[in-house]
Design a protein around this ligand. Structure first.
Ligand SMILES: *Cc1c(COP(=O)(O)O)cnc(C)c1O
Length: 394
């Protein structure tokens, strides 16, 4: 089999074998609808309750504050739209940041068409929200602050506790998109005054199409799906029992392995960052140097197109991601890279590599050795680089 080095774990992760094993019986033997009366099916109700407990424990929350959804995007949509509606009598102002995932940004844009006003906070050059800006943005009509826990592109972790404190002081709800952070860093919803939190199974070695929204007791929020009484009548629909079992198993696994896994990832992340910084000229590490996800590496290389790097890496069996959205039909560079102040041409030459626990030092060496050659080769074909080198030589 040809070599595959998967460095796109921020896009999705491999479902852990123990997660798949835990799920399988719920497709075959235990297929019953948890709402049915007979014990064969009703047993699944307890199974769901147990998973809810596991997830709540991981956050310092209560089991009845965990609501299963179809993933991170749904949780983000629900948190924003349904609290905006529920608190509309109090105010119409929402604060978020410019570097949020599109599940937040596009939802905010939608809410703007429905009479809500949204402040999109700038971030500093490392991608950190400035607390003074946040305080200054608060109005008497502010009902919700939504700031992501950690960024999916550049890995920067936000000062969530401080943001939560500010929100609490002002009596404003605080939602955080923790899809990238959950399972990678310890999270305590009480310590950080988090009122709502989004997470997704497939970003932590669980299945796709399942996630949850944590909603603190007392938060007013509209039902997202009307119908049956599932999820305390807030999100109707027959439960995705295999998905819920997979998510719970993945969360349990993530919590159990977090320390060991992230120590190893951090070490390799820093080794990869060091090798690239030292061996490839004219590059820049994007994201905070230390307050970043244990598995995230994001670099911009001058005089290089991100897509050409990706294609050449792909030929070598290396899966990574670039900092532009060319592949999705738009030529705009990533909104995150622009928000941290990168000029368009540098943002276009960006490469994100997100590690997992299976990556070895040999993998990192293989990737770096090849990346060095790829960057040099692409630059050797660039007239801009040629000009630049001529000027340097003078
Ligand atoms: C992946 C991701 C999402 C979307 O989650 P899905 O489960 O794929 O819908 C939302 N926010 C962040 C930060 C993400 O990384």
């Amino acid at each position: 089999m040809s070599r595959l080095i998967y460095l796109d774990n921020a896009a999705t992760t491999k479902t852990a074998p123990e997660v798949v094993d835990a799920m399988l019986p719920y497709f075959t033997e235990h297929f019953g609808n948890p709402s049915s009366i007979y014990s064969f099916a009703a047993a699944n109700k307890e199974v769901i309750a147990k998973q809810r407990e596991t997830i709540a424990d991981a956050l310092g929350a209560k089991a009845n504050e965990i609501y299963f959804t179809a993933g991170g995007s749904e949780s983000d949509n629900w948190a924003l739209k349904a609290t905006a509606e529920a608190y509309a009598a109090k105010g119409n102002h929402i604060i978020t940041s410019k570097i949020e995932h599109h599940a937040i940004l596009h939802t905010c844009q939608y809410l703007e068409t429905r009479g809500f006003e949204v402040t999109y906070l700038d971030v500093d050059e490392d991608g950190v929200v400035k607390l003074e800006d946040l305080k200054a943005a608060i109005r008497p009509t502010t009902i919700l602050i939504s700031i992501m826990y950690a960024n999916n592109e550049i890995g920067t972790i936000q000062p969530i506790r401080e943001i939560g404190e500010i929100a609490k002081e002002h009596g404003i709800l605080f939602h955080t998109d923790a899809v990238q952070a959950f399972g990678q860093v310890p999270i305590d919803v009480d310590a950080c005054h988090i009122d709502m939190l989004s997470a997704s199974g497939h970003k932590l070695n669980g299945p796709k199409g399942i996630g949850f929204l944590y909603i603190r007791t007392g938060v007013k929020i509209r039902s997202f799906v009307h119908g049956g009484a599932q999820e305390r009548k807030r999100r109707a629909g027959t439960e995705n029992v295999p998905g819920i079992v997979g998510l719970g198993t993945a969360v349990d696994r993530a919590v159990r392995t977090m320390k060991e896994r992230t120590v190893k990832e951090r070490e390799l992340r820093d080794y990869l960052i060091k090798r690239i910084s030292e061996e490839i000229p004219y590059c820049r590490l994007n994201g905070h140097p230390t307050d970043r996800l244990p598995n995230n590496v994001n670099f911009s290389f001058r005089f290089v197109e991100g897509e050409s790097m990706l294609i050449r890496l792909d030929l070598l069996g290396i899966c990574a991601s670039s900092g532009s959205a060319c592949t999705s039909g738009s030529l705009d560079p990533s909104h995150v890279l622009l928000a941290i102040g990168l000029p368009h041409e540098i943002a276009h030459g960006s490469l994100r590599m997100t590690l997992n626990e299976e990556i070895t030092k040999e993998d990192i060496d293989y990737v770096t050795d090849n990346l060095k050659e790829i960057v040099a080769l692409i630059r050797s074909m660039s007239p801009l680089y040629e000009d630049f080198m001529k000027k340097q030589a003078k």
